[in-house]
Write a new protein. Structure first.
Lengths: 228, 228
DNA sequence: TGAATAGTGTCTTTCAGACAATATGCC
DNA sequence: GGCATATTGTCTGAAAGACACTATTCA
């Protein structure tokens, strides 16, 4: 076998294909959901998997991730973060495919799902009820869920899933969905407000009960901050 | 341009090269050091960079990382973790090269540095005094340092850098090197022992002062645990 | 005035952090 | 006894967590 480093002839060396796979989370009906696509082509035709695509030769990994995200959901400018790179030589039956996984948080109301030639369905599934996934995509999803919880605990990503102005109940509700447990309202509010990252807006209108205060994020927020 | 997903002819599509780059940390002379190699070949001939190599078509990413690590340092079975994947199209002047970075913690005493045809020098540098690095390797190193500190704070990785039996002073010394600050001895010991992850071994022999107690890690240790 | 949700305060316990004196072994 | 390093405890302040009642709007 040729050693590419020694021969300096690295271009002649066989290269793996590189893809991005997206774990796209959203909240709907008080549930945490993840976007899946049904494959219309081989391999694993007919099975569900994470949306993804090949990285083009002239685009960066993040550009590829944004392209896939936009193609499937129509959303832009959302929270996007690289997760992990999976490169087992046998993970794809077509040959050597290395995938760089990303996770994204989208506001469900902003999404308009779009299909394409290679998929027969695009759908959000509750993370507790995902169908069997092709390739190693369950492993990727599991990894993303772990990262999601960590991010909620230590960074202000949760606000990416809310509208610009939100109530403290909406925020608490979001944390309760992600961590799948209830928090004490008094302690939750005390903690959040003590972080000094929120400012009050106006009072919410058109609710059939005591109207809550609307809050928004302050301009300068630390990237790492213990939330819960 | 051909769309590989639609054409199903993805093998004809131009593929990027994939490398692994290693950030290998060790402690020597009470300093945190990182392993660098001096390039003997173009591009960037004569400049320092992180050790790395192309991922072979039949090996996993982690196998590639272990191979590079072993080739340069001779060590095996050490702490190894994937860091991040860098894929800017212009990061390497030779063409499209995506690199999966790894970080490793090695015990300096176990290392025997080895050169190879493509490098003219292999050397540990104090992280505070690294020479200019080729490509985006400074960015990778910066990222690795951030991860290293996080790992020290929240996981028991520090013990990978110590002998199996160690004194609490050695452990504290390690933390002081990594965080570049001093900790109060009483508070440090109180905190570490309260974690209930250490067990006492025998008293250390052959020291010319009061002999310290040796400790070792218990068998079952949580992966995430707030240390400091 | 009842239904629905918003908003708020106290107590206890735990933990981080500041701080220095005594113990042990070797020479 | 002197040197070098090991070992140990108390106090204070901050924050987490348990816990329940009052306020506001609308129908």
């Amino acid at each position: 076998m040729v050693n590419p480093e020694k021969s300096h002839d690295w271009k002649a060396y066989e290269k793996p294909a590189v893809t991005v796979d997206m774990v796209i989370f959203a909240i709907q009906n008080n549930e945490l959901k993840v976007l899946l696509v049904k494959r219309a082509v081989e391999p694993a035709k007919g099975s569900w998997n994470l949306p993804g695509g090949f990285v083009r030769i002239e685009e960066s990994l993040e550009e590829a991730a944004k392209r896939v995200l936009h193609d499937k959901t129509g959303v832009e400018n959302i929270y996007l973060e690289q997760l992990y790179t999976f490169g087992d030589p046998k993970r794809d039956s077509r040959g050597r495919v290395i995938t760089v996984s990303y996770f994204a948080l989208v506001n469900f109301d902003d999404v308009s799902l779009k299909s394409s030639a290679d998929v027969s369905a695009v759908e959000f599934f509750p993370v507790k009820k995902v169908p069997p996934l092709a390739f190693d995509h369950l492993q990727i999803l599991t990894y993303a869920l772990k990262r999601l919880k960590w991010k909620f605990e230590y960074t202000p990503v949760a606000f990416s899933l809310l509208n610009k102005k939100f109530t403290l109940s909406e925020l608490q509700n979001l944390y309760e969905i992600v961590f799948d447990k209830v928090f004490d309202k008094r302690n939750f509010v005390k903690k959040i407000l003590s972080l000094d990252i929120l400012k009050t807006e106006e009072v919410k209108k058109d609710v059939s009960h005591r109207p809550p205060m609307l809050y928004s994020l302050k301009k300068q927020i630390p990237e790492i901050i213990e939330i819960i």
